[in-house]
Design a protein around this ligand. Structure first.
Ligand code: RNT
Ligand code: ZN
Length: 422
């Protein structure tokens, strides 16, 4: 799209939004401040770089598809990341899992990892002016094979995983310190059972005890923040999940730590958007895992749909954007993996822009004065506003392709780089 056309369309669109009492420039300033945490595991189908030298056991997370060209090394993954960042407007973050350390062929078990294994990521982040977030990895490991980790009735297994999360919190603190930005450390565990246990309470008491031991160690909030993430069900945990949403909501409120809501982790009729205003008054911070549930799968590539727009609207309306973090969380191995990143990231930012371009005060006035059909009409009008022109202008300003133009950049990268991978 040529620059003149973009500028002209933007001017017309601005006028249309201004007529509705929307401040476009202020919306773009707010959009610019949104830094998405982009998940490394889309780049290699949740593989990681460990050399534990044994069958790792099921992960409870299944990436399906075998599209060629996936990243096989930290270098390849980082190269792919930079390509994706070239096509996403704004400044974003890198989100890594503990299993993505650089172990140089050594057999370092999860309870032995330390900051040195992430030095490569830190150096690269510094070179590219990026920030890093972190996640302990309590799956894809022989000691997770029973499906129970921090809630295991085996003290040995439980202690092992407590040590792992403790290592990870130290690493997150060091990463945050090295890069000068709090490293968001998100804890999700796969614990659950295929059939309902008789001792539901017992496993939950053990999980609470493990978490108490873990969080008894305090870290500097300027360097790292802790979050806990629940789930409704997973592969192998169909009947019972120890760390359910209610469990973690209670735990986070009681202990004043962050809560994570994953869009794919609830019953399909539940709205994660609706939960934001319900929980934000009671937890210090909220992390949203932006995902797309489809039937049993909770991790399809994010696209602009009603759920995403509702989420974005509730974030904007919460007036607590400074306490809400956005992290992508999905994995699709059946399409170009960089395109999967770019699609989800652009969709999330687009939905945020859509929500930022709404005349909240007018809508609220209509609501408070009981003019409900007028509110409905205005919300409907917003759907056909020239929002795409503002999006294109923003992309152009941020030096990334507008419209469909990013697709050819990926095709080119596929030809020049990905096709050469074995
Ligand atoms: C799993 C959780 C979790 C993971 C990542 C890889 O259901 O959503 O966030 O996707 O830790
Ligand atoms: Zn998640």
């Amino acid at each position: 799209m040529d620059k003149e056309q973009i500028a002209q369309s933007y001017d017309l669109a601005c006028k249309a939004f201004t007529d509705l009492n929307v401040d476009v420039e202020s919306a773009l300033t707010k959009l610019e401040r949104i830094s998405l945490s982009v998940h490394c595991w889309q780049g290699d189908d949740v593989g990681g770089f460990e050399s534990l030298g044994e069958d790792l056991g099921g992960s409870g997370l299944a990436a399906t598809g075998n599209y060629p060209g996936k990243a096989r090394t930290p270098q390849e993954l980082r190269l792919d990341y930079l390509k994706a960042f070239e096509l996403i407007p704004g400044k974003h973050r890198v989100n890594i899992h503990a299993m993505y350390g650089e172990f140089k062929g050594e057999k370092i078990d999860r309870n032995e990892i330390s900051i040195e294994h992430f030095q490569g990521w830190i150096d690269w982040a510094k070179e590219n002016d990026l920030k890093i977030d972190f996640n302990p990895t309590l799956f894809a490991h022989p000691k997770a094979r029973s499906g129970l980790t921090l809630s295991s009735k085996s003290k040995e297994i439980r202690d092992f995983w407590i040590q792992h999360v403790t290592c990870c919190r130290d690493i997150a603190e060091s990463i945050g310190q090295a890069l000068g930005s709090p490293c968001i450390n998100n804890l999700w565990i796969p614990d659950g059972t295929k059939e309902g246990p008789v001792d539901r309470a017992g496993y939950r008491a053990l999980l609470a005890d493990s978490l108490d031991q873990i969080f008894a160690i305090k870290h500097d909030k300027a360097n790292t923040r802790d979050f806990v993430e629940g789930k409704l069900f997973g592969i192998g945990s169909e009947a019972y999940v120890v760390g359910s949403h209610e469990f973690y909501l209670g735990y986070a409120v009681k202990n004043k730590i962050g809560l994570t809501l994953d869009m794919g982790h609830f019953h399909p009729t539940e709205s994660v958007a609706d939960k934001i205003s319900a929980v934000i008054p009671f937890v210090p911070e909220l992390l949203l895992h932006v995902s797309r549930g489809l039937h049993w799968d909770s991790d399809h590539v994010v696209i602009v749909n009603d759920d995403l727009i509702a989420l974005a609207e509730e974030i904007v309306r919460s007036k607590a954007m400074d306490r809400i973090y956005l992290s992508l969380d999905y994995f699709d191995a059946s399409i170009n993996r960089i395109a999967a990143w770019v699609t989800g990231a652009r969709a999330t930012l687009k939905a945020m822009l859509y929500a930022l371009l709404q005349p909240w005060e007018t809508l609220n006035e209509l609501e408070e004065s009981g003019r409900h059909f007028q509110r409905l009409a205005l919300l409907e009008v917003l759907k056909s506003m020239p929002f795409g022109a503002i999006w294109n202008y923003y992309c152009n300003q941020k030096d990334v392709p507008t419209g469909i133009d990013w697709v050819e950049k990926i095709e080119d990268y596929e030809k020049k780089v990905l096709k050469k991978r074995g």
